[in-house]
Each structure stands twice: as C-alpha cells, then as structure tokens.
Design a protein around this ligand. Structure first.
Ligand code: GRF
Length: 207
C-alpha cells in the first residue's frame, strides 16, 4: 500500500496530533498528513502542524448556517487533498451523517477511557477522568475506534489499560492516560496504513 494521505481534525492542544507527526517522521507510520483542520482558531495543534510544515486550516463554524454545511466544507477540503484516512485527535464536534457515510471505515477516533465506560454525549476531556475518579474504578485506559454515526460507539481497534491510583487527581490521571494515548493512536494509524484492519460487524480484526 503506498503512503496513505491522512487528514487530522483537532480542537485543542494537539498532543495526539504530535504523536502522529513524530511517528511518521521516525518511519513508524507509512502515511503523510496532508492537512490539519480545527474548529477552534486558538487550537495549539494548528501551530504544531505549521511547525511540522503541514497545512493547517481553521474553519469557522459561525460562517455556516448549519452543521451539515460546516461538515460539507470540511469534506470538500479533505477531498481536495485525496484524504484516505481521517483521524479525530481531540476533535470536539460530532460529525454529520453525510461525513460518516462519505468516510465510512476510514475515520479513527481516540477516547480517554475504556469504551463503553465513561463515554458518549458530553463525555470528553477532563470530564472523563473526573467521572472515572468519582466512580472509583481501579482501571481506566484509552480506546481507539472507528467512527460510526453514534458518539464513541464505533468498532474498537485498540484498547490499552491505565491503573487508577488511590491518590490520583484529574490532572495526574489525565497525564498518565495521555501518555498511553500517544502510543495507542499511532499504533492504530500504523495498522490502518498497513491495511491490517478488517471490520467485521462490531469487531475489528487485526491481521
Ligand atoms: C485527548 O485526551 C483525547 O483522548 C481526547 O481529547 C484530548 C485531546 O488532547 N479526545 P490533545 O489535543 O491531542 O492534546
């Protein structure tokens, strides 16, 4: 498989984006990030992209009348660059049905818990870790999954566990989980670029 054209959608700091950039640079991922798109103008991930010589684009949601039109613009930008894999790296907007249909089986998301726990509508970022601590679970982790029309409901590619410590705070837990995210997401992208992922119903088979 020739090098895969990757588009990355972000909303924030972009440390997961950075992990993909670094993994491409050291040859771990056989792909090329053609564009990074953010719905937030102040997303530090846009600066990370520019520093890496990658086209970085802020698309202002308020210039569009509907979510559908906003998603259509993003699809347009992705198509212009023949994107074959879309990675949601801390992208906080829900994709439209049209978007998911257009890129079915080619959209990967990372979530900072072991889905189906602590996920779904409104459950993202630090809120996830706060719920984990409030519940008192002993193990949390990260999930990388294909995106379907639901929120955090698509077929799971990889999961990695992170032990919860008695004295953990949201910040200390977030830091440890983020480190594991930076291993899991590049691993899943690598497998996709090696064409080693097969979706069978709710399962993802790794060849
Ligand atoms: C990560 O915790 C990721 O799991 C979640 O949003 C956060 C993004 O962090 N989806 P960053 O912008 O990649 O640093």
């Amino acid at each position: 498989m020739s090098s895969v054209n990757i588009g990355v959608l972000i909303s924030g700091g972009g440390t997961n984006l950075q992990s993909i950039i670094d993994s491409i640079n050291d040859g771990y991922i056989d792909g090329e990030i053609k564009i990074v798109i953010s719905n937030r103008e102040d997303a530090y991930g846009l600066i990370r992209a520019e520093r890496a010589g990658i086209e970085a684009l802020y698309v202002d949601r308020y210039k569009y009348n509907t979510e559908k039109e906003y998603n259509e613009r993003i699809i347009q930008e992705l198509k212009k660059r023949d994107i074959e894999l879309v990675v949601l790296a801390g992208y906080l907007k829900v994709l439209s049905k049209e978007f998911v249909d257009e890129y079915e089986g080619r959209i990967i998301n990372i979530h900072p818990s072991l889905i189906p726990s602590f996920c779904g509508e409104g459950c993202y970022g630090e809120k996830v870790h706060s719920m984990v601590l409030d519940y008192g679970v002993k193990v949390t982790g990260v999930t990388v999954h294909f995106v379907d029309e639901g929120t955090d409901t698509g077929p799971i590619i990889l999961q990695k566990t992170v032990d919860v410590k008695d004295n953990d705070t949201v910040d200390s837990l977030k830091e440890r989980v983020l480190k594991v995210e930076h291993e899991a997401l590049p691993e899943a992208v690598r497998l996709f670029c090696q064409d080693r992922l097969t979706i069978k119903g709710r399962k993802v088979i790794i060849d």
